[in-house]
Design a protein. Structure first.
Length: 481
């Protein structure tokens, strides 16, 4: 590798706290600072309350809303839960089968709430994105019913960076009773977010996505026309009764300061970060077999999602320990599954696994991008040099796979029309009469492509499910060689 210097390229997962934010927060922690309870009826409490009001005003300016339309929370996950569950509790009681519309590529903080609602009798529609990860206003219009309570669509997808047509979706809902919730965790502080212009009823955000502290967020709740919801936690009347609990002044002040800095630097950040992403994508595109996912959509400047043909996905991150990046959302990285977002776009498991989300931020330099691109390109080239999918031709791949499974009992044949077929014996009665015609529809092959191209002539009925498992086993064994 050309460098061993650590490079942070995971800004979509979290951002470092801006120096101005850290300084403002520190002033709220000790006895000589603004440490008091902002609900206390004394001078120190008034000072703390004033700091909270200032923070709310800064965030309201960033979103173009009124400060009394903001509810401070612990982050976008809580805000999503409060908005979606709270809206359904308020609006759905009169409906026999209330309806919720979302998409298949939302953050888990929305998808898991959708599943929770479904278990309680709510009808859930999960819209399919196009190949660039976009949900159209027409899809929403076609999915609406008279019992639709809420539509929840992410402003910017956390893996792809594509920007959804929120204003167009809001226009579809203008003459309908359904409300619009937007998870804006990846857009606030990164692109212009005007809740009035976009026509949003509820908007969720997290401070740590735009150089504020972790554990701080907010929910915008529209006042005109009024959007309603039921509180989800109880124990006080703070924040108009919508979210009980003593406000953490240092966290709220940090969020407000991050919003203030974003207001001042948004245009410059977008231009600088966008140029760095272009530099990165141009460098990576010099390799063959590289796909920039959602390239056909308008995207936030800081996110690049890229897939590499012909390599095993787990080798990518393992081979780049000095570059901090991810293969998908940080919130789902522990489950070991390929990205559900990329699979929703039509990627098979192999392609989804061989993808990286590279996210750039305010403190990224052109030198960081140059070094990271060089190291990623070098690693991909090395992995492909030992990859059967990249190096071997179709016949060799098939012969190797069949040999690993059946040894000498596998026989690869070239048919008169040029297609390939093999015959096997020794797998018992189930495979005794199994002729399979094989063709690859992709350059390097895939499990999905292989199975789709197989035609089976079995006298036993349990053929296709068994065959799928068999082929997956073959490919896993081939990859391990």
């Amino acid at each position: 590798m050309s460098t061993v210097k650590p490079i942070y390229l995971d800004y979509a997962a979290t951002t470092p706290v801006a120096p101005e934010v850290a300084q403002a927060m520190n002033a709220c922690l000790t006895a000589d600072g603004l440490f008091a309870n902002p609900a206390s009826d004394h001078a120190f409490g008034d000072l703390a309350k004033g700091a909270v009001t200032k923070a709310a005003n800064a965030l309201a300016k960033l979103l173009n809303c009124n400060s009394d339309e903001l509810v401070f929370t612990s982050g976008a996950t809580e805000s999503n839960n409060l908005a979606i569950k709270g809206a359904f509790e308020f609006y759905a009681a009169r409906l026999e089968r209330p309806h919720f519309i979302t998409s298949k590529i939302e953050h888990k903080a929305v998808l898991d709430v959708a599943e929770w609602l479904e278990q309680r009798g709510v009808l859930v529609t999960r819209l399919e994105p196009d190949s660039n990860g976009l949900i159209s206003a027409q899809q929403v219009a076609e999915a609406l019913t008279e019992d639709t309570v809420l539509v929840s669509i992410q402003h910017v997808n956390n893996e792809l960076g594509c920007i959804q047509p929120i204003a167009e979706i809001a226009k579809v809902l203008a003459n309908h009773g359904a409300r619009l919730h937007v998870d804006a965790a990846q857009s606030v502080g990164k692109i212009t977010v005007d809740v009035v212009e976009l026509g949003i009823d509820y908007l969720s955000l997290s401070a740590h996505k735009f150089y504020g502290p972790k554990g701080a967020g907010a929910l915008y709740v529209r006042s005109q026309p009024r959007a309603r919801l039921r509180p989800q936690q109880h124990g006080g009347l703070q924040q108009q009764g919508l979210r009980s609990g003593t406000l953490p002044v240092h966290q709220v002040v940090g969020l407000g300061k991050a919003a203030e800095v974003a207001n001042e630097s948004l245009a410059a950040d977008m231009q600088t970060i966008g140029a760095l992403r272009e530099q990165l994508e141009q460098a990576l595109s010099e390799l063959d077999g590289v796909t920039i996912n959602a390239a056909g959509a308008e995207r936030v400047a800081g996110i690049c999602n890229v897939s590499f043909d012909g390599i095993a996905g787990d080798s990518l991150l393992a081979g780049l320990p000095h570059i901090m990046l991810s293969s998908g959302s940080a919130c789902t990285s522990d489950n070991g599954e390929p990205s559900y977002v990329l699979r929703a776009l039509g990627h098979d498991d192999r392609s989804a696994e061989a993808s990286l989300r590279i996210s750039i931020g305010r403190f990224t330099s052109a030198a960081d991008i140059e070094a990271a691109a060089a190291d990623i390109s070098e690693l991909v080239t090395q992995l492909r040099s030992v990859s059967p999918w990249w190096q071997l031709d179709e016949s060799a791949v098939l012969a190797t796979a069949m040999s690993l499974a059946w040894g000498d009992e596998a026989k690869l044949l070239r048919n008169a029309d040029g297609s390939l077929s093999w015959k096997a014996a020794g797998r018992g009665e189930l495979l005794a009469m199994l002729p399979i015609a094989l063709t690859f529809y992709e350059k390097h092959g895939s499990v999905d492509g292989l199975v789709a191209a197989i035609e089976v002539d079995l006298e036993i009925a349990t053929d296709r499910r068994y065959l799928l498992l068999l082929v997956e086993d073959l490919f896993r064994e081939l990859d391990s060689q």
